[in-house]
Design a protein around this ligand. Structure first.
Ligand code: ATP
Length: 482
């Protein structure tokens, strides 16, 4: 539940302590966090399956990541997925909000295959970019080689919302919510369409949960209008409730009920027809990997498993509008993939989905993103367009003293410009790339820090998020929690 800005500060603090000689051992299911460690051990079922620096692990995968942008991602995924597998020219296909990621040992060969198949399917390729694989790619590939698979049980869908695809499902017009004299959400307007996955991002306390609660009728706005699944009034009626699903951040299941009892309860509350209940409950158990454990008390499940059951409970009634507030907190990479496969399927079937997350690699799975700072929506667009709108140029420096380099540059430039990813220093330059690079090289050289390499990089969503939040803060838009 910690937001990216605070997380980066936390990691800077850890890097500092490590540079002073402290040994730190930490556990995380998030591979973008693992990228910041000196060495990483990939553990599965009680055994270590790989160990090395993030770079070594990436190299061992022996593949490049290809970002493919095309006219219809759902169709492209359907066409390319069957070609992927171990020993193939395409090792893996993963769908994101506005691109597909492929892992390919020989990108040139893979490119020909992709072009051929997509053109046969009548799709136009807009762009193919090559990049390094992420640690998450590496970990998922490793797990698959061990025979682990992404849970992909077909959902027993009985309803179809595709006839509404493209229409407005969630509409907010100048929504404001005050708690006493404090304004949690100010003048927020947004639209989410049927068939769309919309991600709401923001620092802790930015107002995301309050926004979701207003949008689904749980909190009354102080001002502004909400439109939800065609309704503007009485959003808490049972009719509206049956059209929406809500997985809340704090509460989603009763700990002192068994898994089965929770499923039965939510099937009842959401009005799942009796004749559909058994198949739906069975699906949730399969999706969660909990078949045979239905009598277990929910409170005894680890967080990641509870999240799977909660997600299943929120979609059993096939809502046309789905709110997911940090659904994947504590969920491991393979299970996260199952979540997103399912979320994409629901969107393909016409469901409108509004999701919050603090993991920006995951935010790339959304079709559109809204960025909130201190109760206001300050940026909106597709993941690609939000990154493209970022001003300046990103340079990636590798130095012999990454921590000292970070401290030095942070002290002498605006903080949001500088961040450390593992041993790579990201610096956002304003000016002409050559001038900027020279200036930073001089600063580093003057302090006796050697630059091993410097090359232009591409903005990650995290670079953008942090600079948007830090810039807004520097203009005085800040909150205690922010
Ligand atoms: P997080 O990422 O931590 O979940 P968020 O973006 O979802 O944060 P909200 O939970 O919407 O943020 O909170 C926004 C602000 O409104 C916070 O300052 C919070 O303390 C305040 N707030 C929320 N609910 C109430 C309430 N019922 N009474 C008073 N203040 C509240």
């Amino acid at each position: 539940g910690v937001d990216p800005v605070s997380r980066r500060e936390f990691w800077d603090a850890l890097a500092h302590l490590a540079a002073e000689g402290l040994t730190i051992l930490l556990a995380t299911p998030y591979l973008d966090e693992a990228e910041r460690c000196h060495r990483v051990a990939l553990m599965h079922q009680g055994e270590i399956h790989d160990l090395g620096t993030p770079n070594e692990l990436r190299q061992r995968l022996g593949a490049q990541r290809m970002e493919v942008r095309t006219t219809n991602l759902a169709v492209a995924e359907e066409v390319l997925s069957p070609l992927a597998g171990p020993e193939q020219e395409i090792l893996d296909v993963q769908r994101f909000g506005d691109r597909l990621d492929l892992l390919a040992p020989h990108p040139d060969a893979a490119r020909v295959i992709v072009q051929e198949h997509l053109s046969d399917a009548g799709l136009e390729i807009q762009e193919i970019l090559l990049d390094e694989p992420t640690l998450e790619n590496t970990f998922v590939a490793r797990l698959r080689a061990l025979g682990e698979e992404v849970h992909d049980e077909p959902f027993p869908a009985r309803h179809d919302h595709t006839q509404r695809t493209g229409q407005v499902a969630i509409g907010a017009s100048r929504l404001t919510r005050q708690f006493g004299s404090f304004t949690a959400v100010r003048d927020l307007s947004l639209e989410v369409h049927y068939g769309e996955i919309y991600g709401l991002l923001g620092a802790n306390g930015a107002g995301k949960t309050t926004t979701i609660k207003m949008l689904c009728g749980l909190v009354a706005p102080t001002r502004g209008v909400v439109q939800l699944a065609g309704w503007t009034k009485q959003l808490r009626s049972s009719e509206v409730r049956q059209s929406i699903g809500y997985m809340s951040q704090k509460f989603s299941l009763y700990n002192d009920l068994s898994i089965e009892e929770n499923l039965e309860f939510f099937a009842g509350v959401y009005g799942v027809p009796r004749e559909e209940r058994e198949e739906k409950k069975r699906w949730v158990l399969e999706f969660s990997g909990l078949e045979g454990r239905e009598q277990q008390l929910t409170g005894s499940l680890p967080q990641g498993w509870k999240q799977r059951v909660a997600f299943g409970s929120a979609i059993m009634h096939e809502p046309s509008v789905l709110f997911l507030d940090e659904p994947t907190s504590g969920v491991d990479p393979l299970a996260r993939r199952s979540f997103w496969k399912m979320i994409n399927r629901l969107a393909d079937a016409g469901t409108a989905i509004l999701v919050t997350t603090h993991y920006l690699e995951e935010a790339e799975q959304c079709n559109r993103l809204g960025l909130m700072v201190a109760g206001e929506l300050v940026a909106e667009g597709t993941p690609t367009s939000i990154k493209a709108a970022q001003e300046g140029v990103l340079m990636e420096f590798v130095t012999d003293q990454p921590q000292r380099a970070l401290d030095l540059l942070k002290d002498t430039s605006e903080r949001w410009r500088i961040s450390l990813f593992g041993d790579r220093l990201h610096v956002i330059l304003n000016q002409d790339q050559a001038d900027g690079e020279r200036m930073y090289r001089e600063k580093l050289a003057a302090a006796g820090i050697k630059v091993i390499s410097a090359k232009p990089g591409r903005f990650s969503l995290e670079d953008v998020f942090i600079s948007v939040v830090e810039k807004a803060r520097s203009k005085g838009k800040a909150r205690v929690e922010d």
